[in-house]
Design a protein around this ligand. Structure first.
Ligand code: SF4
Ligand code: SF4
Length: 326
């Protein structure tokens, strides 16, 4: 497929047209912060190098979502889904979306999540490259090319003040057009260097988990901002004889996340909760699905009030594992 060169104003005009067909989610300013959010005016869309504060995972995994309704004598699905066009997703966020696809839809998982699949099937993703690495980003160490992702429907790059759009799938074809141009030359993908290659027994009880977690106040911000965190709870509420089941985000960093009905809680200590968060992404998901569920977006590091740093934690674990081999 050809690439197309267009100005930011032309891209916004195309977006205004696309808003007739799709709910468009794109980077816009929201309370003085750049966020992926629903676009109401194409002129508000900001396409540049910045990484939005929150991840775009709500497009496929909303924070609160009605999933099932129980009516007298029957049950019906309660999702309200429209075609969504996600514009300007950075390569780290596209990688994270692929991780969620693997967890919720792959044959390797025990369950396929139909609510996730329903939303995913209605989503078109147009990525946008980064031109600089931001504070706390470590996508390169996670093997992600910040300038490009082939795992989306189309991709935008910023070249000399203009935009270069490359359609990558049939869904992405025709979303933006302009004068035909050559696609940019690609750097080779960086090597994935930050990963844990060990057995659970090598890291579970032997690493200084309490020292990694000292500043944690259990706020859950890291999990809410993380593009790959996907723990959820199901709640039922009755109104006028109709019971609606709602899926809501949860967080393994909350003290009561693992509280059993019996009163027993296997993770009463915050180091146990942080250990679970790190090992889930870097050991258990790799074992179960074959990939590490961290894109190196740095959101959990930039926003943690306690100064916790998953990149440095994993790096320290890797060093200790190497020392143990010597
Ligand atoms: S690690 Fe940081 S962001 Fe996460 S729960 Fe603890 S204090 Fe909050
Ligand atoms: S850097 Fe933090 S927020 Fe980003 S994907 Fe990894 S664990 Fe999640």
């Amino acid at each position: 497929m050809s690439a197309y060169k267009l100005t930011l104003d032309q891209a916004r005009a195309a977006l205004a047209k696309l808003m007739e067909k799709y709910t468009v989610i794109a980077p816009v300013m929201n309370d003085n912060r750049l966020d992926y959010a629903e676009v109401t005016d194409a002129r508000d869309v900001i396409l540049d190098d910045r990484l939005p504060y929150k991840s775009p995972k709500e497009t496929v995994f909303p924070r609160v979502e009605n999933v099932i309704r129980f009516l007298e004598g029957r049950v019906e699905e309660a999702q309200d889904i429209k075609p969504i066009l996600l514009i300007g997703a950075k390569p780290c966020d596209i990688a994270a979306l692929n991780d969620l696809d693997g967890i919720f839809t792959s044959d390797k998982g025990k369950f396929k999540d139909s609510f996730y699949i329903n939303r995913r099937n209605c989503l078109t993703v147009v990525g946008a490259g980064c031109t600089s690495k931001k504070t706390a980003c470590f996508c390169d160490e996670r093997g992600i090319d910040m300038t490009f992702s082939p795992e989306c429907d189309g991709f935008l790059n910023f070249v000399d003040g203009d935009i270069l759009y490359e359609p990558l799938t049939a869904k992405g074809d025709g979303l933006f057009t302009g004068s035909e141009a050559e696609p940019p030359k690609r750097d080779t993908k960086p090597e994935e260097t930050l990963k844990i290659e060990a057995k659970e027994a090598d890291v579970f009880a032997t690493m200084p988990w309490e020292s990694y977690v000292e500043g944690c106040i259990g706020c859950g911000t890291c999990t809410y901002l993380c593009p790959t965190c996907h723990c959820f709870n199901l709640r039922d509420a009755e109104d006028k004889g109709i019971v609606t089941r709602t899926r809501v985000w949860d967080s393994c960093m909350y003290p009561k996340f693992t509280l059993h009905a019996s009163g027993h809680n296997p993770r009463t200590e915050k180091y146990q909760r942080f250990r679970q968060r790190v090992l889930h992404k870097y050991l258990y998901i790799p074992e179960n699905y074959g990939f590490t569920a961290c894109s190196g977006c740095g959101r959990c590091i930039r926003s943690c009030p306690g100064g916790l740093n998953i990149r440095d934690t994993v790096s320290d674990i890797m060093e200790r594992l190497e020392e143990a081999k010597e």
